[in-house]
Design a protein around this ligand. Structure first.
Ligand SMILES: NC(=O)c1ccc[n+]([C@@H]2O[C@H](COP(=O)([O-])OP(=O)(O)OC[C@H]3O[C@@H](n4cnc5c(N)ncnc54)[C@H](OP(=O)(O)O)[C@@H]3O)[C@@H](O)[C@H]2O)c1
Length: 266
């Protein structure tokens, strides 16, 4: 299937490793030109070089902290200075730290709001005028299945609470922007094997007095019908499809990629 991505400009946020890195690589493989960012200049440059080596694609690494207004502006402006436009925006960021309600003060909540909600608000605000000018575009928020069913993630209250607001925003603007040819969707990872998952499994293991391997085994044997964690490239394939022109009538949806883990019918 030709996804129609050749020559399109895709901005992928938080992409030096994990889900964002896999998404950036998949876009490059499909012929899109990719601007990708993360905070660490060395890490994002190395990731971009590796993607170019594997795909022969056109990839621009940008060092930017998405938890700040300046970082979001610098990411989009640097990308547009090189590629002139934005066809696709993938909103992604590092995850807020684990913790239960009693563990977290105002400062921790504020930091998570800046990282998870405001990065989505700011990147969207920066990309919209450019998409409007060219009368079309596609925005995908990479969030989490915890938005639908937080019960597996009781120690992730910051993520559970704040990502839900991203979904409220997405559902609202997807209806507003459709007339302007801009589609807005979300993809929700369940348990995809990345460094973040190792961090979360380690935290859960500490709280439960067990090992990270035992935590993973429990998920694989008792929670995930497919019996395994997902691979980043499996997640990336879904994101890249939904973002692509081939998904031209898909708007306002949230697709979970979780091996069947969620038991909700919607
Ligand atoms: N993996 C899963 O199954 C899963 C499930 C549900 C939700 N999620 C969420 O999906 C997101 C990505 O997860 P992942 O598994 O890919 O995590 P990961 O492997 O830890 O990668 C996180 C990426 O985000 C970048 N990053 C972190 N903070 C940033 C910031 N302030 N500004 C710019 N870039 C930043 C990191 O690079 P630098 O350190 O260089 O900045 C890195 O490239 C997280 O929010 C996570 O909570 C993941």
């Amino acid at each position: 299937m030709d996804l129609g991505l050749s020559g399109k400009i895709a901005l992928v946020a938080a992409a030096s490793k994990g889900l964002g890195r896999a998404i950036a690589e998949e876009f490059a493989r499909e012929g899109a030109k990719v601007a990708m960012c993360s905070r660490e200049e060395g890490a994002i440059t190395a990731a971009a070089e590796e993607i170019v080596r594997k795909t022969k694609g056109d990839v621009l690494p940008i060092a930017a902290d998405l938890a700040t207004r300046e970082g979001c502006e610098s990411f989009v402006q640097t990308a547009v200075a090189k590629y002139r436009t934005v066809d696709i925006l993938i909103v992604n960021a590092g995850g807020p730290p684990p913790g239960r309600f009693d563990d977290l003060d105002d400062a921790a909540w504020q930091k998570a709001v800046d990282l998870t909600l405001f990065s989505a608000v700011r990147l969207t605000r920066l990309a919209l005028p450019i998409m409007r000018k060219q009368r079309g575009g596609s925005i995908v928020y990479s969030t989490s299945t915890s938005v639908r069913q937080p019960t597996q993630y009781l120690n992730l209250i910051l993520s559970n609470a704040i990502r839900a607001s991203v979904h409220g925003m997405l559902k609202t603007i997807s209806a507003d922007l459709a007339k302007e040819g801009i589609r807005v969707n979300a993809v929700q990872p369940g348990r995809i094997a990345t460094d973040r998952l190792i961090q979360l499994d380690t935290d859960t293991a500490k709280r439960q007095g067990t090992t990270p391997d035992a935590v993973r085994k429990r998920y694989e044997e008792q929670v995930i019908p497919m019996g395994r964690y997902g691979r980043p490239e499996e997640y990336a394939a879904a994101v890249v499809f939904i973002a692509s022109p081939k998904a031209s009538y898909i708007n306002g949806v949230s697709l979970q990629v979780d091996g069947g883990m969620l038991m909700s019918m919607w």
